[in-house]
Design a protein around this ligand. Structure first.
Ligand code: CMP
Length: 145
């Protein structure tokens, strides 16, 4: 089933973004949109709004807004789960043990500095793609620069 998903490269991965591109290139996914941007605290807070009650929320928002990120729309069969598999488990220390070849296994530091994000449902993908690639003029970070 052909899907679209959001792939987000977090600040610590920006200098090694070529390694991510190689992984995507060797998958069956194609990059249909891409954008480099830097989120403000408040934009990062919006992006992670569903986590606002979590104890790690402030650290998450701080990290995501700490430097430039690259947002991509990936398209292909099972794009959402394939990208999450390429990323590996969310906690990088788990990824290092259980999926050492994954992006997080190779490049992640811990649960927060986990170098990438992937939408976890098709509903989330639609929402997160709209966040970075808004289709309505006047909304989202694309139009605030
Ligand atoms: P991400 O895929 O961007 O989406 C939500 C983020 O919450 C996740 O990556 C992790 O960085 C973070 N996260 C989830 N659980 C924990 C945790 N127990 N401790 C720290 N960060 C977490």
């Amino acid at each position: 089933k052909k899907e679209r998903t959001l792939a987000l490269i977090k600040p610590d991965m920006m200098t090694k973004i070529g390694d991510v591109f190689e992984l995507i290139y060797s998958s069956n996914l194609i990059v249909t949109k891409a954008k480099m941007t830097k989120l403000t605290w408040s934009q990062a807070a919006d992006f992670y709004a569903e986590h606002q009650s979590k104890p790690f929320y402030n650290n998450l928002v701080q990290y995501l807004s700490s430097g430039p990120v690259v947002a991509m729309e990936l398209m292909g069969d099972e794009a959402m789960s394939i990208w999450r598999k390429l990323l590996g488990p969310p906690d990088s220390t788990v990824a290092q043990r259980e999926a050492p070849q994954s992006v997080r296994g190779q490049f992640g530091k811990d649960g927060i500095k986990n170098v990438g994000h992937g939408s976890d449902s098709l509903a989330a993908a639609a929402k997160e793609l709209e966040f970075f690639f808004p289709s309505t003029i006047g909304h989202g970070p694309a139009n605030t620069a």
